[in-house]
Design a protein around this ligand. Structure first.
Ligand code: AMP
Length: 157
């Protein structure tokens, strides 16, 4: 879908949310994901750059030279941690991965297991990567969600 069409869709959705009755409006996170996707290929910095630079505070639970893990501001489970590459290197989203990213992708997954152990998620947990507007991605800096501390359901929404 072109950016123009996406703006039209977004406008209809926001209109439905504010005005009312006729059209069923999607949940806020879907609207936010649609809005964020308008800038997905801009390469502009995201909120995560400020977290990496420690310009804004975050609750960091793990850090090494390539990876940062911090608690999600809007947790969806008792434990909800984001694991991100410190250097985005074009990885705005998983579907942008290229051959050169294989190493950092492995680092991120492995770091997720280290964090899960630190958080004592011994009975299991879920790893999620949202990709693009249909995947409900809202921040265009690749991140793994590590969620746990409660029984997960399947299928996901
Ligand atoms: P996604 O929707 O998959 O792109 O996930 C982005 C996540 O970043 C959401 O779960 C947000 O709650 C989270 N988030 C956004 N801003 C912050 C922040 N400043 N600190 C921690 N988490 C954040």
């Amino acid at each position: 879908m072109s950016s123009t069409n996406r703006v039209r869709v977004l406008a209809r959705q926001v209109g439905a949310m504010s005005g009312g009755a006729v059209q069923q409006s999607p949940p806020g996170e879907e609207v936010a994901a649609q809005a964020a996707s308008l800038f997905k290929d801009s390469g502009s910095p995201t909120i995560f750059d400020k977290i990496i630079a420690k310009v804004i505070p975050s609750k960091i639970v793990y850090e090494d030279d390539k990876v940062l893990a911090f608690r999600d501001l809007n947790p969806q489970a008792p434990t909800h941690i984001l694991i991100i590459p410190k250097h985005r290197d074009g990885l705005t989203q998983l579907s942008k991965a290229e051959e050169r990213h294989k190493e950092i992708l492995g680092e991120l997954l492995y770091a997720s297991t280290v964090v899960a152990k630190k958080e004592k998620l011994d009975d299991g947990y879920r790893i999620v990567i949202n990709d693009g507007p249909q995947g409900c991605q809202s921040v265009y800096h690749l991140h793994i969600h590590l969620v746990g501390g409660r029984q997960m359901k399947w299928p996901p929404g």
